[in-house]
Design a protein around this ligand. Sequence first.
Ligand SMILES: Cc1cc2nc3c(=O)[nH]c(=O)nc-3n(C[C@H](O)[C@H](O)[C@H](O)COP(=O)(O)OP(=O)(O)OC[C@H]3O[C@@H](n4cnc5c(N)ncnc54)[C@H](O)[C@@H]3O)c2cc1C
Length: 388
Amino acid sequence: MMKVMICGAGIAGLTLAWWLERAGAEVAVVERAAAPRSDGYMMDFFGSGYDVAERMGILGELREVAADIAELTYADRRGRRVGGLRYASFQEMLGGRVLSLMRGDLEAVLRSALPRDLPILYGTGIEAVHDVPSGVEVELTDGTVRRADLLVGADGIHSTVRRLVFGGEEAFLRSLGYHTVSYLFQDAELAEEVGRRFVLVGVPDRQAGFYPTGNGALAASLIHACPAMTLPTDPRAETLSVYRGLGPLVDRMLEQCPEDPYYDYVAQIRMPTWSRGRVTLLGDAAHAVSLMAGQGSSMAMGGAHTLATELLGADVGSALERYERRMRPFVLRKQAAGRSTAGWTVPHQAWRIALRNRLFGLADLPGGRPLMGHSLRRLGASVVPSAG
Ligand SMILES: Cc1cc2nc3c(=O)[nH]c(=O)nc-3n(C[C@H](O)[C@H](O)[C@H](O)COP(=O)(O)OP(=O)(O)OC[C@H]3O[C@@H](n4cnc5c(N)ncnc54)[C@H](O)[C@@H]3O)c2cc1C
């Protein structure tokens, strides 16, 4: 029985654990966070992730937790609508195969799909990795040493496994020139005003978004241009100083910013290879595509399914080669899409913002749908072979 250690109980790690356990492997997961985390952003979940979730039989559970968003609304500083897109049009363009999901909800559904006795060691990270004959030895932060046939680094964009085995992140992390912040907060009055809309207030180099997550709760999702390759020591203070002045709605949302919001680079991971010996990388650790591509979780799940399928059919070395060969063309395409859409998602120039707002509205018109639908389906091209 193959023994696999997975580092990271995020979207990639949990999906891989599900597929490998089902195939009879002995799986253990280590997760640095002390407990599951609910923070994170909302994503349009389509393409590979949707297809893998369907095969796992969890679409019903995901539908139950999906956010009920009616419209993406571009607003000016005073909160007046200046453009937008109805979600119904978006869903229609993707043949109904899309859900709006909070990252934390997707993670929770994946976790509950796992057998209860599958070990997930929370509050445990990785200290060192050593090659041993036909396997790896992993030193954990709890002082224990474990041996496995394969170690999978599914530990996100700032992967420790990648640093220990392939070298420092500066060699692989490519910033797209933006930073992003997200957090959840309660504000019943603002929630009432927002309704079922995902509201985006954009000015050159800054975009503040917020949307309802149910029960009067809201989520903030912010992106600003920032070439700095260091993260602020006080993310809250930085967030307030960058976004204040974008109008009363945004100022009100900023009042609720916690001390430690999710704050990170908008970046991609580009590596010449994802595997070395009996260690491989998965999801953001291997090939983060960035939130500009909007497909991070989907690629994480597509990658997990692909890796598990390959491990079933071949020895570890050939399986890792085939996993990478199958995934890489999809990753390269999504990373290219992420780079080219960045300048339209948060434009540097006012004229681009105005043009983008207008173009988005076209998709609500029957004539505009085929074009936008075509680009969306290309972006969501699935790495999972069709079930039929
Ligand atoms: C709490 C959280 C909030 C996020 N919010 C956003 C957001 O707002 N916008 C955005 O674009 N992306 C966000 N992301 C990233 C997004 O989830 C990923 O792009 C996507 O889901 C790909 O999934 P992944 O499993 O590869 O990585 P992730 O979802 O990042 O999961 C990686 C997991 O590995 C764990 N981990 C990290 N280091 C170690 C270690 N040394 N040892 C053990 N475990 C470790 C992490 O705690 C995490 O559970 C967030 C990630 C997390 C963990």
